[in-house]
Write a protein that binds this ligand. Structure first.
Ligand code: HEM
Length: 452
């Protein structure tokens, strides 16, 4: 293994990992970054440099370093090249924007996600999830085998579209599902293999990307214009964002800003939850004891009725299952930042413009912090989630704005589905992680469902 000490500097030395790929680049890191960080913990530790083309990259999952970058010294860091590339698709929405624009947008959007609004959004989720479970029950009579990754993507996409636009049908109109993987593959290639960018143009991939993006923007703009022209203002996220006014200036958002926020919320608001749920179901299919426990809890708290908003808090074991699912398979497996000036962290110099790759995946599977880190044991969350070693929603000021929304939705779908179906993992699958923007399962998660 090509590990060597960093070129001598007066600062502390960090290990440098060089690969055996072309020009000594760490191709094994680039192939599957989260698995690499986890696998190499014993050899490289939790703070080191990896040789990749075009820029310097430091991997870390040491809690004190994470705190430094995301919280204590966060003002000295901006978002990394990953987010710059994501702008090609997301525009300047909350995930990718910085500085004054981000601050203003976060101020405007935050109230929309206050817990007080969650009751209304929960009613939407419940109605849609209940209908989905009934439709699925019908469907599996004819075809009991389903790809849970695809199923979860569809229902969470429908839910977020309903929450945003009060319309489920718009999902089809946007016709994004197939395009999403393609967008992400192009973006990741541009991040880790920038030298191939000219090839994207030669092969027509970049033009296809641009065409899809233009088309998507046009459809989003049409939805915004329709709403602005209509006297009917349903109480959904679009109306709330349209009516949001800055407390200091009294100003609202431009149409372009609104479009970028809506695309961002749509993308950030469903793929992540979908992946977390799909992985969790794959774990449950291998742990029937946990399924029994979930059903017993549902029976005790709910009997035969559907959960109300207030009930969700009482479904403590279902929360633990979701938390453990996201520990093992964090949908946002990495967050990354760049220092605006040279920084020193625990004796190491991090040069301006280098990337700090914070591996949430490796942190949440580190044997340093977790007993039997690769085992599925929801009970470890019985006393709550330990903050400094568990951060599926990130940390600091840029932490996820939709965490309450996501947790509600995931707990609800989990409970309804587990109560309705027995789950069996179809044999012959090797479930592998495919780290696109979220951590996808490859090639999907095929389950056989049987109505209980
Ligand atoms: C399981 C589900 C989810 C996970 C694991 C997740 C994870 C994350 C993480 C780790 C970040 C921080 C990124 C960074 O620091 O660079 C983030 C930010 C964000 N998330 Fe989520 N998220 C989830 C669901 C949602 C939902 C449902 C929404 C909206 C409906 C949402 C909207 C956002 C937005 C807008 C940001 C940017 C916040 C800002 O910088 O001000 N997310 N998310």
């Amino acid at each position: 293994m090509a590990t060597e000490l960093h070129p001598p500097t007066p600062s502390a030395v960090l290990p440098l990992y060089k690969g055996t790929g072309l020009f000594g680049y760490a191709t094994d890191f680039m192939r599957n970054t989260p698995e690499f960080c986890h696998r190499m913990e014993a050899e490289l530790g939790d703070f080191y440099e990896v040789k990749i083309p075009g820029r310097r990259l430091f991997v870390t999952f040491r809690p004190s370093v994470i705190r430094h970058v995301l919280q204590a010294n966060a003002r000295q860091y901006k978002k990394s090249v990953t987010y710059q590339q994501m702008k090609l698709f997301l525009g300047e929405g909350l995930v990718t924007s910085e500085g004054e624009l981000w601050k203003r947008q976060r101020r405007l959007a935050q109230p929309v996600f206050y817990k007080a609004h969650m009751q209304h959004l929960y009613d939407t989720m419940l109605q849609m999830s209940d209908r989905y479970v009934e439709q699925l029950r019908e469907r599996i009579r004819r075809q009991p085998e389903v790809d849970m990754a695809r199923e979860m993507m569809q229902i969470t996409s429908d839910i977020v579209m309903q929450a945003l636009f009060s319309s489920r049908d718009e999902t089809d109109k946007l016709n994004l599902y197939e395009g999403v993987t393609f967008f992400q593959q192009v973006i990741l290639q541009r991040i880790y293999r920038p030298y191939l960018i000219p090839l994207h143009y030669l092969s027509g991939r970049q033009q296809k990307f641009n065409r899809l993006k233009r088309d998507f923007d046009r459809r989003m703009d049409a939805l915004i214009q329709q709403r602005k022209a209509s006297a009917d203002r349903p109480s959904d996220l679009l109306t709330m964002l349209l009516e949001a006014r800055d407390e200091e200036t009294g100003e609202g958002m431009s149409d372009k800003q609104l479009r970028d926020e809506l695309i961002t919320l749509y993308m950030a608001g469903h793929e992540t939850s979908a992946n977390a749920l799909a992985w969790t179901f794959s774990l449950l299919a291998r742990h029937p004891g946990a399924v029994q426990k979930l059903r017993a809890e549902a029976e005790a708290v709910l009997g035969d009725r559907l959960p109300t908003f207030a009930d969700i808090k009482k479904l403590d074991y279902s929360r633990q299952v979701i938390e453990e699912g996201m520990r093992l398979y964090p949908p946002a497996y990495v967050v990354s930042r760049v220092p605006v000036e040279d920084d020193r962290i625990e004796g190491a110099t991090i040069p301006k413009d280098a990337t700090m790759y914070i591996s949430i995946y490796a942190l949440q599977r580190s044997p340093k912090y977790w007993d039997e880190p690769d085992a599925f044991r929801p009970e470890r969350f019985a006393g709550g989630a330990p903050r400094h070693i568990y951060m599926p929603f990130g940390a600091g000021a840029r932490m996820c704005i939709g965490n309450h929304f996501a947790l509600l939705e995931m707990q609800l779908l989990l409970v309804l589905l587990v109560r309705a179906f027995d789950l069996e993992l179809l044999p012959g699958q090797t479930l592998e992680t495919q780290p696109l923007i979220p951590l996808n399962p490859k090639p999907g998660i095929r389950l056989r469902l049987r109505a209980v």
